[in-house]
Design a protein around this ligand. Structure first.
Ligand SMILES: NC(=O)c1ccc[n+]([C@@H]2O[C@H](COP(=O)([O-])OP(=O)(O)OC[C@H]3O[C@@H](n4cnc5c(N)ncnc54)[C@H](O)[C@@H]3O)[C@@H](O)[C@H]2O)c1
Length: 259
């Protein structure tokens, strides 16, 4: 067990699975008080129990990031349980690929709502809490390589992640006066349940060839990422080590797209 996050309370949206779960475990192992905020309460509870069993501090919170009141309730639960909030990870997200000409308003709006609007709302509500406390704070957003370069069957997803990158810059500017830093990281291809679903969905629209294996093929370090590969950067962005860094989006893609 390390100690870089001792006494710091962190909320991780989408913390019950994949990258968020990796971050929750990694930060708890460094002493953080972790709030696993997820739509899937059962998986969030299982994750929190596992962390507690291994000597960490964690609770589950039933949060739908698309509902402001739910986001606020998650923050209130964190503060009630652990006394304050230090860091907020806007990590929940999903993709539902469609061939570009088939994309519907519903597909576009749903992806934008979870991946982009919820980051906006989560940042506002976390910032309000940080400002009430008067001690600054940190927001960390999960962007994607898809926000740096567009993928044809992921147009709404790519747009949503580009929005995350630009919101990271805008909110860093807006919140600097309150000693709040806002940064993001952009994963490439990470082996998580998101990809299990994505591969099925790509197959269903006749694009099975552009799935996980083909995307992972061109990665310079020679393999796809595991959630654990994201943890050191997440820890850096959540800890005081990154106090002089704000408005940045750090690629964690094994050298996949080089932009
Ligand atoms: N896996 C990758 O290759 C990859 C690459 C780049 C970016 N990302 C991004 O990383 C983040 C995490 O992805 P993952 O691969 O770990 O996915 P995942 O599907 O394993 O986990 C996502 C979690 O988010 C939760 N969630 C979904 N909608 C929610 C909502 N409205 N409110 C609260 N929780 C909600 C789900 O219940 C799930 O637990 C996403 O933002 C994703 O876009 C993933």
């Amino acid at each position: 067990m390390g100690s870089r996050m001792v006494g710091r309370t962190v909320i991780i949206t989408g913390g019950a699975s994949g990258i968020g779960l990796g971050i929750a475990k990694g930060l708890a192992a460094e002493g953080a008080n972790v709030v696993i905020a997820d739509l899937d309460l059962k998986s969030a509870e299982t994750a929190a129990e596992a962390i507690t069993k291994s000597g960490g501090h964690a609770i589950a919170a039933h949060v739908d990031v698309t509902k402001r009141l739910s986001v606020v309730a998650g923050i209130e639960l964190a503060v009630k349980t652990f006394g304050k909030l230090d860091c907020y990870f806007n990590n929940a997200g999903f993709n539902k690929p469609m061939k570009f000409l088939d994309v519907t308003e519903e597909n576009f709006n749903t992806i934008m709502s979870v991946n982009a609007l919820a980051v906006f709302v989560g940042t506002q509500e976390a910032a309000k809490q940080f400002i009430r406390q008067g001690s600054g704070g940190k927001v960390v957003n999960t962007a994607s390589i898809a926000g740096r370069t567009g993928f044809s069957s992921f147009a709404p997803y790519s747009a949503s992640k580009a929005a995350v990158i630009s919101m990271t810059q805008a909110t860093a500017r807006a919140l600097a006066e309150h000693k709040i830093t806002v940064n993001a990281f952009s994963p490439g291809v990470v082996a998580t349940p998101l990809w299990t679903q994505l591969d099925k969905d790509l197959e269903a629209i006749g694009e099975g060839d552009s799935g996980f294996d083909s995307m992972a093929g061109g990665i310079l370090v020679g393999r796809a990422a595991e959630p654990e590969d994201i943890v050191p950067t997440a820890l850096y962005l959540a800890s005081s080590d990154s106090d002089y860094v704000t408005g940045q989006t750090m690629a964690i893609d094994g050298g996949m797209i080089l932009v």
